[in-house]
Design a protein. Sequence first.
Length: 503
Amino acid sequence: MKKVMIVEDEELILQGIRNILDWEQLGLEVVHLAHDGTEALQMWEQEPVHIVVTDISMPEMDGLTLLRKIREKEEQVRFIILTGYDEFDYAREAIRLGVENYILKPIDEEELKRQLQETVQKLEEMDKKKIQYIDEKAQWMHFLNGKSPKEECGKFAGMLGLKESGNYHAAVMKWNMDGLKETKITDVILEMKKDIRLRAVHLPPDSLLLILSEECMDEAQAAEYFAELQNQIDSSFEVMTFIGTGPSFQHFEQLPKSYQSARKLQKYLLIEGYGSCISQSQTESRRTESIRMDEDKLRKLILKKEKDLAVDYMEDLFINNIRKDASAGALYQVAVKMAVLLEDIKKEYKLKSVRFHDLTELIETIFGADDIHGIKAAFVSEITEIIACMHEGDSQYTPVVRQIIAEVQRNYKEDMNLKTLAYKYHMNASYLGQIFQKETGYSFAQYLSNTKNSIAKDLILNTNMKINDIAKQAGYPDTSYFYRKFKQCYGVSPASMREMKKY
C-alpha cells in the first residue's frame, strides 16, 4: 500500500477528508494527520509517505513551503493541493512546483478519489521506470564486462542509435561526488547530448561511458576531443572529473575491450588527480619499477616515537617522491609494503587499539582512495595511532630477552630452540620461556616463526625470487610447512601476497 499524509489546519475538514473515502479500497493507508506544515514535516521525517494531501494556507508553515522542503529530501513524493477560490495564484505556483493537481474547496468526494487514483498510477509508473533503469544498467554492465553473446552487440548499438560498424572511440568519465547533486549530473548528460557524435551511458554511481563516433578522427585526436570536452564540463558546471580513454575500435562488439582498458586507467586518478584526461598510450612510458621506500628508516622513526619526522617522511614519499612519470602499479606496491610494515610493528609490539585498521581494511582503503592525499592521510592516521599506543604501553625488555631477540634476528635460519638458548645464557629453560612470553606476548617458537615470516614477506614483495627459494632463505626447508605458517601469520598465502605487487 502507498502511504498518505493529510495536512489541514481545520480539525473538522481534516477529519472529514480522513473519513470521506475508503482509503484501503484505493490501495492507500493514511499514516499521518497534521495541522500545519511544521508538524507535517516532523511526521514525514519520522515516517516518510508517498502522497501528501495538503491545504495551502496554514499557520507556522504553508503548503508550498512544506512541498519545497519535502521535495529537497525526496523528489518522488506526490502532492495534491487543497485550495479556495481566492487562493488560485497559490495553486498556479503549486502546479509550477510539480504537484499532481489541485482541488477546490469544498472538496468533492469523486474528484478527490479520481485525483488519488491518478497519483497512485503515476507512482506505479515511476516505480516501473526505476526498475527498468536498474535492469538496463545491469544489462549494460553485463555487456561491458564481456559476458553477453556477440550476437547481442547489435541490441546495445541500437539502444544508442549507432551502427554495429564504424570508427568509434570510448572513454570513462568519473566525477567527484563531493557536494554534487543529482540534478547537476543530469545537466551534464544533457549538455553532452548536444554533440550528435557523442553518446553517454550512466554507470552508477559516479561514472559515464562516453562513445564518440567520428569517421575522420584517429586515436590521438579523440584523446584531444575528450580533454576539451572535460574542460567545457568542468568550467560550465564546476564539476571535477577524470577521464581515461580506451583504444579506438571499428566493430561494436569490441566496445567491452575498449571500455575495460579505459576503466583500468581510472587508477591513475591517484597520481593525476581530478581535472586530468589520460590515454593508454600515455601510461606506456611510465616507470614501473618500485618507488623506493626506506622501510628501516620509517620503522626507526616509529619505534623512536618521532611522530613529526614520520609524518614528514610520509609527505616526502607520497607527495614529493611520486612524480607524474610513475605508474599506478608502483604506487600501489609501495602502499601495500607500508601497510604490511605497520601491521608487523603492531604485532611485534602487541599494540592494540579500537582505532587501528587491520591489514585487510588498510589495503581496502588504499585501493578505494581517490588520490595520493587520501592514501597519505590513511597512513598518517595509522602511524599517529601506533606511536600514541606505544607511548601508553611502553615497556622495555629485560637484558636477557633483548639478547634472545637479537640472537633470533641474526640466526633465524639455524635450528634454534629455547632449550639451547637457556643453556647458553645459564638459565632454566621453563623460566626463560615464561619471561620471554610475558615480555613479548609470544612464545619463543611463535616469535621465531613471526621473524621468519617477516623475512619471507620482504622477499616476496621486494624480489622476484621463487616461493620455494624464499622458503629456504627464511629458514623453512619444507615449502608446504612454510605456506601453512605464513598464512597463519598474515591471513593470506605467499602467492596471494605476491599478487599485490601487480596492482
